[in-house]
Write a protein that binds this ligand. Structure first.
Ligand SMILES: [Zn+2]
Length: 418
């Protein structure tokens, strides 16, 4: 059987045929070269509008990367033609196996981008004897297709989150869908300003905004303001995950300061050594060693210990089912925390008091859209960005995040190459 026959089985075209398959040498490597020619009486199309247009002239041959066969690179070779489109003038013809100026065939684009979800981009390139750039362009094309063809109907709950990335204080704004049935990344914006989030709502459209029932976010001022304005029908919830994160930061600040001041006085510093995660982790997640260390350090009358105990008692707040009693407990806790004379804790209390109504919405939403979802997505995002030393810029990171978390539709082919 000839390879052309196999190709016709996997990937057939209306106006083109595989005319020959032979050995060649490309970039010093042995490769299979498949000639693709126009069918007799086949019509030519303009690459801009896709409409049938009369043939104008013939250009040089062009090669396109196809899915490798038995680890042998495969290329399509075609003598490109030009058409004279009544609307666009003289243009290169449209070919069904590649988009625009791309030298990668569509099945190969999908092939690489699917593997790039299982392997790193570098590993994908190495596994299939191609370049990082080709993998990047494949993922990019697939993501662009997905964003153009995704369905945004039926989104009733969203989460807004910020992400620190790169060196220094660079932030991204992320919006997820957090409906129980569908969890995915919807939007990425550079920076975390009001106008960043406004762009999401503008793209999302007024009608869809009106149908939102829940919005989850951090206490970040710009977000709170924009959400109040643009999703006024929705219940705005400040979610547990972000609140606990703020408290964690306060505790870590107290601990770090205390370590410094103890060291400068020349005593005690040993006690607080390696306690950072003892204080920050939930008790059930501590390792045996951390638990012993924590038991030991709790005996001392330290600021860090007082802060830790406040954090532990704050957890009880979330266990309430009645919003009334939850609020009673929160106020009691805040009063106690204010007496602690720990500045970072007092700042935290100020923040809680300023946002109390929105925090209480968490109980109104019957805890449905709580830490679990946002925290899970946040963790996954961090996993992608941590691998991001290969992602040289914001644009690349954005594509990588949509690729792994956007749950985007893919183009379909009759044959699945992977
Ligand atoms: Zn045209």
């Amino acid at each position: 059987m000839r390879i052309e026959t196999v190709l016709n089985h996997c990937y057939r075209h209306k106006s083109f045929v595989y005319s020959d398959c032979r050995w060649g040498r490309i970039g010093g490597k042995k490769a299979l070269i498949v000639d693709v020619v126009a069918r007799k009486n086949g019509l030519t199309e303009c690459s801009i509008c896709g409409k049938v247009a009369p043939l104008y002239d013939c250009l040089d041959e062009r090669r396109f990367d196809f899915v490798p066969l038995w680890n042998i690179p495969v290329y399509f070779q075609h003598w490109m033609r030009r058409v004279k489109c009544p609307e666009h003038g003289v243009r290169v013809e449209r070919v069904p196996w590649a988009d625009g100026k791309s030298h990668l065939t569509k099945p190969y684009v999908l092939f690489l981008s699917r593997w790039a979800r299982k392997l790193s981009w570098k590993e994908t390139a190495e596994s299939f004897g191609t370049t990082w750039d080709n993998v990047y362009h494949s993922v990019k094309e697939t993501v662009e297709y997905g964003l153009k063809n995704r369905n945004l109907e039926g989104v009733t709950a969203i989460g807004v989150d910020e992400l620190q990335y790169g060196k220094g204080q660079q932030y991204l704004t992320l919006v997820y869908q957090i409906d129980a049935a569908a969890r995915r990344l919807l939007f990425i914006g550079r920076e975390r300003k009001a106008k960043t989030l406004l762009r999401f709502f503008r793209d999302f459209g007024r009608e869809r905004c009106a149908r939102l029932q829940f919005v989850c976010s951090d206490m970040w001022k710009a977000y709170v303001k924009v959400i109040a304005k643009k999703a006024s029908n929705a219940l705005h919830i400040l979610d547990r995950f972000h609140i606990v994160q703020h408290l964690g930061k306060a505790i870590d600040k107290i601990r770090a300061e205390e370590v410094r001041s103890m060291a400068s006085k020349g005593y005690y510093a040993e006690i607080l050594k390696n306690t950072k995660y003892c204080f920050l982790k939930n008790e059930e997640n501590l390792t045996e060693k951390q638990r012993m260390k924590l038991d030991d350090v709790l005996q001392y009358d330290l600021k860090s210990v007082r802060a830790y105990l406040l954090k532990e008692s704050f957890q009880l707040f979330w266990a309430y089912t009645s919003p009334y009693w939850a609020e009673w407990y929160l106020q009691k806790w805040c009063a106690r925390a204010m007496r602690s004379r720990l500045e970072p804790i007092k700042d935290f209390v100020g923040m809680i008091r300023r946002h109390q109504p929105l925090i209480m919405n968490w109980f109104k939403a019957k805890k449905a859209y709580s830490s679990g979802v946002v925290e899970g997505l946040n963790r996954k995002i961090n996993l992608v960005t941590r691998k991001s030393y290969g992602f040289r810029s914001y644009e690349v990171l954005k594509i990588a995040l949509f690729h792994t978390m956007g749950d985007l539709p893919e183009p379909e082919f009759t044959h699945k190459f992977c």
